[in-house]
Write a protein that binds this ligand. Structure first.
Ligand code: M6R
Length: 600
């Protein structure tokens, strides 16, 4: 989704802004732009396509500027074109605005501005903000206060004015906006990644905040227009964690980082095996009699595995819902419900809206999230922070496996709270990172499979029980980065429809590791074989009986059935990666997708 950057200080602004934009590339975008404050003028560059194209179009003579703002755009109102790229200006070219979000009263504001004689040069909602600012008298800060009252919707805004080279204004309602505080300089960005190379000291603006940033300091105002203090946080992510570190793609690097991410997540919850799981702050109040998991995409798939964990280990009833559906229903929620939001980014608009809805109805809000200080973290009563580190590849990998692990750890804590025996799981948990390392050694074997299948246009993924969500996730990985049509299905449902698709051209990925569902899974695999489908199976090491049935198999180490999904997804991530690579796809920034989906 759109990304905002900004700089005000003593350095050359252009290299800072460009570097910052590159750091936001992973979020997904289709055009980019920059405005630099020159002596008494604004110099704007906008380009459809990649930041590289924007960089090439920028004249080196503007390198003396020490303030400016920049933007990566993911089209909402208007096609991705140079003209629709941000920044946008008013008729006189005084204000330049970058914006992330959606202005919902776009049509009425556009009509009003046209009637008032404004010349609109783009199809965007953002341009309207520049013209609305132009309409107001007084200082830019006063103008901003008035304009924020007129716009409905969601925004993170960066604004500069031609006559104020030493000031930048920002505002947020919905999409995140972070301020980096250096020595006599300020950085602005939609997430931590652009800021971390310069400073680890950040201020996270609250919903409804707006601010004036200047050399004299920072003035932050709340939605009620009261000047407020927002504390400075120190971010412990190392900027190097967000580099490729010798890997061809972020996605591959992140797949390989899974053993470490799992180890760190275990260590944070089980400091030593003797004391066991130490997550007392997540204990459930007695009144909680049901859990509702809300999430989107990969995080929702983690939630489906979590349902198994909680129902089996804790004995509480669990529902899992798409956040984009739940928020528009009238769900039955009360103080006896725990809503558990799952989100890597912590900024997914639908998940945020569902959690807010739950809060309004009195439910207790917990979340599993990878980004401390994100909206979801801050609106939750308790947040379990996964230790995946920054995830840059659009296709979620290490965030998913750490979400599964976090759900398992929380379930163990809740089972312990109910007086159940959980010690037997601790040994297997400690071995988990090593088992994942073992699978990574199969990379070449998986590349060979990718070579055989990368030209296929359809795939079916099947699993049962805990492996059904893994089938969904395996299929999602493949479709999002290779653009192959892939469907995940509960294997037992195949006979109710999808079986019609099976013939000698259809690859069927069957997740058939040893658990209580395996016999049933074998029966479904036989059904595929009987129709000449091509069976590619995930099986446990040495499971010769089932191996005979498969056309191709990837053997994975055996662990406790609850932990097996964390192992089983890894070869499917690698398979998707290598197939996408062979098809020449942009693995880290797949078409049409964004890393943080901050609009509904
Ligand atoms: O940041 P979140 O976990 O809330 O994001 C949810 C989905 O947008 C995300 O998982 C998406 O499906 C990924 N592209 C999957 O790889």
């Amino acid at each position: 989704m759109c990304g905002i950057v900004g700089y005000l200080g003593k350095r050359e602004a252009l290299p800072v802004l460009l570097q910052s934009l590159y750091k936001l590339e992973y979020r997904g975008y289709d055009s980019a732009g920059i405005v630099l404050h020159l002596k008494d003028d604004l110099k704007i560059y906008r380009k459809k396509g990649k930041i590289k194209d924007l960089e090439l179009s920028i004249s080196s003579k503007h390198r003396s500027s020490t303030s400016g703002i920049g933007h990566t755009r993911w089209a909402t109102h208007g096609k991705p074109t140079d003209r629709n790229a941000h920044p946008h200006t008013d008729c006189k070219g005084n204000y330049a605005v970058v914006h992330n979000g959606i202005i919902e009263n776009f049509h009425s504001l556009r009509e009003y501005l046209l009637k008032n004689g404004h010349i609109l040069t783009s199809e965007t909602d953002t341009e309207l903000i520049a013209h609305l600012l132009e309409e107001e008298n007084g200082s830019p800060l006063d103008a901003l206060k008035k304009v924020l009252k007129k716009i409905l919707g969601y925004y993170a805004l960066g604004i500069i004015h031609k006559d104020f080279p030493d000031k930048i204004w920002v505002a947020r309602l919905g999409p995140p906006l972070i301020l980096g505080v250096g020595e006599g300089e300020y950085f602005i960005a939609s997430d931590y990644n652009p800021i971390l190379p310069f400073t680890k000291r950040v201020i996270i603006l609250e919903d409804g905040d707006f601010a004036e940033i200047s050399f004299e300091g920072l003035k932050i105002f709340s939605r009620e227009e009261k000047e407020v203090e927002r504390g400075i946080n120190c971010i412990d992510w190392d900027p190097v964690m967000a580099e490729k570190g010798g890997f061809k793609h972020f996605m591959l690097k992140e797949i390989y980082e899974q053993p470490e991410a799992l180890r760190d997540t275990i260590l944070a919850s089980i400091p030593d095996t003797e004391s066991g799981v130490r997550l007392d702050e997540f204990n459930l109040p007695k009144r909680i009699n049901r859990i509702l998991i809300v999430a989107c995409g990969t995080s929702l798939h983690a939630g489906l595995v979590g349902k198994f964990y909680i129902e089996n280990l804790v004995g509480l009833s669990v529902e899992v819902d798409y956040a984009s559906e739940l928020r528009y229903r009238n769900p039955v929620l009360d103080k006896n419900t725990l809503i558990l939001g799952i989100s890597q980014s912590g900024e997914t608009a639908d998940t945020i809206a569902s959690l807010k809805l739950g809060k309004e109805k009195g439910a207790l809000i917990f979340s599993i999230c990878n980004v401390k200080g994100s909206q979801i973290d801050r609106l939750s009563d308790r947040t379990f922070i996964t230790k995946a580190g920054p995830e840059i590849g659009v296709a979620s990998t290490k965030a998913f496996t750490t979400q599964l692990l976090s759900l398992f750890l929380l379930s163990l804590q809740w089972a312990k709270q109910k007086g159940m025996e959980i010690e037997k799981y601790l040994g297997e948990l400690q071995k988990l990172p090593l088992l994942v390392e073992k699978i990574l050694k199969k990379d070449e074997e998986i590349q060979e499979l990718a070579r055989l299948f990368f030209k296929k246009e359809h795939f079916l993924y099947l699993g049962r029980g805990l492996n059904y969500p893994i089938a969904l996730e395996g299929a999602l990985k493949l479709k999002e980065i290779s653009y192959i049509h892939a469907e995940g299905y509960p294997a037992g449902e195949m006979k109710h429809g999808p079986i019609a698709l099976i013939d000698e051209n259809m690859p069927v990925v069957a997740i058939a590791t040893q658990d209580t569902h395996q016999k049933k899974m074998v029966a479904n695999m036989e059904e595929v074989k009987a129709r000449d489908g091509i069976l590619i199976c995930i099986i446990n090491e040495g499971d010769l009986e089932i191996k005979k049935l498969c056309d191709y198999s990837i053997e994975v180490p055996k662990t406790d059935p609850f932990l097996q999904p964390i192992i089983n997804i890894v070869p499917l991530q690698l398979l998707a990666y290598h197939i996408a690579l062979k098809r020449g796809c942009d693995v880290d920034q797949p078409r049409n997708l964004a890393k943080s989906v901050t609009v509904e």
